[in-house]
Design a protein around this ligand. Structure first.
Ligand SMILES: *[C@@H]1O[C@H](CO)[C@@H](O)[C@H](O)[C@H]1NC(C)=O
Length: 217
């Protein structure tokens, strides 16, 4: 399985690293109007006279997220989809909780660099450059680590107690491409023809991974 993960990461590291930052704002505030039918880059602004403190507030990172799932981790986003006042501001946060043994599997953020601060516990973290060099470290409570924009990265809790981080992004909506899910759980599916050639294994191995990663009904 470790060899499989290495293959996923190698494949994607080659095609990443070419993305732009959020554009600069052109006014003080542009609270997202989720209901607007106008399609723009981001969300249309609601009437500034109707902006309130609630548009700039979110309490959803205060408590640990539930980690009793397949990967033993949960990402709680505090982005423009949760905080309408973030629209056009180019930043967002997340909280990530990890059970002992839990992993936030290899993934990329096409629109943002990520910087994490460890609230609790310890994590083995790393990213892979487009030259295919792994840059990794064990980080503990109070530490900060950076995952450069577009690069494949991961965090794993190899400790005996839960871990948690606060993550900052230089995008209002960083976007996440999970390597394993992108390749093995897309809808419609990526064909086995592509995957057997890519990973140099047979249909049996590809079907096994697709079965394990299939969305639970
Ligand atoms: C996870 O734990 C919560 C709270 O204890 C529970 O309500 C939920 O059903 C659990 N989920 C799974 C998938 O076990």
């Amino acid at each position: 399985m470790a060899a499989m993960w290495a293959l996923f990461v190698m494949t994607f590291a080659m095609i990443l690293g070419n993305s732009a930052a959020d554009p600069d704002m052109l006014q003080d505030i542009c609270v997202a109007d989720y209901a607007s039918a106008v399609k723009v880059n981001g969300f249309a602004c609601k009437d500034e006279a109707k902006a309130t403190a609630e548009d700039f507030f979110f309490a959803g990172l205060a408590k640990p997220g539930l980690t009793n799932n397949t990967f033993g981790s949960l990402v709680t986003l505090a982005n423009v989809q949760k905080i309408p006042g973030l629209n056009t501001l180019g930043v967002s946060l997340a909280r990530i909780d990890y059970a002992p043994g839990g992993i936030n599997p290899p993934h990329t953020h096409p629109r943002a660099t990520e910087i994490v601060f460890v609230l609790e516990g310890s994590l083995d973290v790393g990213f892979i450059t487009t030259a295919n060099k792994l840059i990794s470290k064990t980080i503990v409570k109070g530490d900060v680590y950076v995952f450069p924009k577009g690069l494949v990265h991961f965090q794993k809790n190899n400790g005996k107690v839960p871990a948690a981080v606060i993550a900052g992004f230089n995008s209002q909506l960083q976007g996440t491409a999970n390597i394993a899910l992108t390749l093995f759980a897309a809808t419609p599916p990526v064909s086995n023809d592509v995957l057997t050639s890519t990973f140099m294994v047979g249909n049996k191995e590809i079907d096994m991974i697709k079965g394990k990663l299939a969305p639970k009904a």
